[in-house]
Design a protein around this ligand. Structure first.
Ligand code: SAH
Ligand code: SF4
Length: 366
């Protein structure tokens, strides 16, 4: 790489944290072609910017690159790594996207429009090994981790689809446990955050984890200001172990220690996800224990309605969910109850299973 290029890149990375290494690792196949053909180093930057800024899905669209290089790249390192197979639109405007990876795994992505915002919910693994008892993704088991490029490309495709509207938020709450695919997830989020890349502010990006304590600490030490949510689902040890196998590995006190570390290090708000399951975790005693456990000004309780999955659980009624919220607030908990979105196309939290969806009551748009 030329010195001028490296200096320019260094100058940017000082401000935005994306290093030359990051860009190279994000596009290893492209780098390989460029190296082999003796292309100048700035071609990587042009390719990176075409993919992550101009959102090209065919190198033919990357007019900053010479025609012959575009042709070579199209043959040897295609711009799109995910094959968009199908999209659905729910009655509330939520959209779901079904992708196939090059090795024929199916993954899903969701776009949720709300009050002028467009939030993209992305997947980080094909399936998930955590086996939470209420989650459709958990029933699948794990096939493999997604690569950084596969994670970021989900957002690029949605951004193209909704243009001229813009993606305003990204939440890592689709298929998979992001902390089990830490490096690739972080690499993708850095590209999404990079002003020379997709350019989304870090505070508009959130990661949700079922609670891997060592990774929560590591995440707290990252320089980017991404948000974090921890899936808690009950304040009681025995109950948590019953619905979330990971609870056998990390106790609630261990989890809360990591949570404390996160807020101390970052001074950022920390979200606790809590899916209300009828008769399981929705009683007044749960609110009372939560009020003690989450007694910190930076902790926020996010109540979720349970979205139907074939797992034997059922949703707390709207009325009871509201009561739960009001009691939580009465006990001084900072709490909100999130509406469920996209249920009629199985696009809501925990419903992503990427199986053959033919015959479902959804309207494919392609
Ligand atoms: N694996 C990560 C992120 C993906 S799941 C995690 O577990 O945090 C995103 C959120 O949806 C988690 O809080 C998860 O517990 C919740 N969830 C899973 N299945 C659900 C369902 N059927 N209804 C509502 N929320 C669900
Ligand atoms: Fe995996 Fe999250 Fe589903 Fe648990 S809730 S099985 S961690 S995707």
């Amino acid at each position: 790489m030329t010195e001028a290029y490296c200096a320019r890149r260094r100058d940017r990375t000082a401000r935005y944290n994306l290093s030359i290494m990051d860009a190279t690792q994000f596009l290893p196949e492209v780098q390989k072609v460029l190296d082999r053909d003796g292309e100048p180093a700035y071609r990587l930057e042009q390719a990176y910017s075409a993919l992550t800024g101009s959102l090209v899905r065919d190198w033919e669209e990357a007019t900053s690159l010479p025609r012959s290089l575009r042709e070579t790249l199209n043959e040897e390192a295609p711009a799109a790594v995910l094959d968009l197979r199908r999209t659905w639109r729910a009655s509330d405007g939520t959209r779901k996207y079904l992708f196939y990876t090059h090795d024929a795994h199916a993954i899903e992505t969701v776009m949720i429009p709300e009050k002028g915002r467009h939030t993209v919910c992305i997947s980080t693994q094909v399936g998930c090994p955590m086996a939470c008892k209420f989650c459709a993704t958990g029933l699948l088991g794990i096939k493999r981790n997604l690569k950084a490029r596969e994670i970021a490309e989900q957002v690029f495709v949605v951004a193209r689809d909704i243009a001229p509207e813009r993606v305003s938020n990204v939440v890592v709450m689709g298929m998979g446990e992001p902390m089990l695919n830490y490096k690739a997830t972080l690499a993708a989020l850095k590209v999404l955050n990079d002003p020379d890349g997709f350019g989304l502010a870090a505070r508009h990006i959130a990661v949700s984890t079922s609670g891997l304590v060592d990774k929560i600490r590591r995440f707290a030490d990252e320089p980017q200001q991404f948000h974090l949510a921890i899936s808690l689902h009950t304040p009681f040890e025995d109950e948590r172990q019953e619905i979330m196998p990971i609870a056998a590995r990390h106790t609630i006190p261990e989890l809360m220690e990591a949570a404390r570390y996160y807020v101390t290090q970052t001074r950022r708000k920390l979200f606790f996800e809590y899916t209300l399951l009828a008769g399981v975790n929705d009683q007044p005693r749960h609110v009372e224990a939560l009020a003690e456990l989450l007694d910190h000004p930076l902790y926020h309780l996010n109540l979720l309605r349970f979205n139907w999955t074939d797992t034997g659980f059922s949703a707390t009624s709207k009325h009871d969910a509201r009561e739960f919220l009001l009691y939580a607030r009465e006990l001084d908990l900072s709490a909100t109850l999130r509406p469920s979105r996209g249920q009629d196309i199985d696009a809501a939290c925990g419903q992503l299973a990427a199986k053959d969806l033919r015959g479902r009551p959804a309207v494919p748009t392609i």
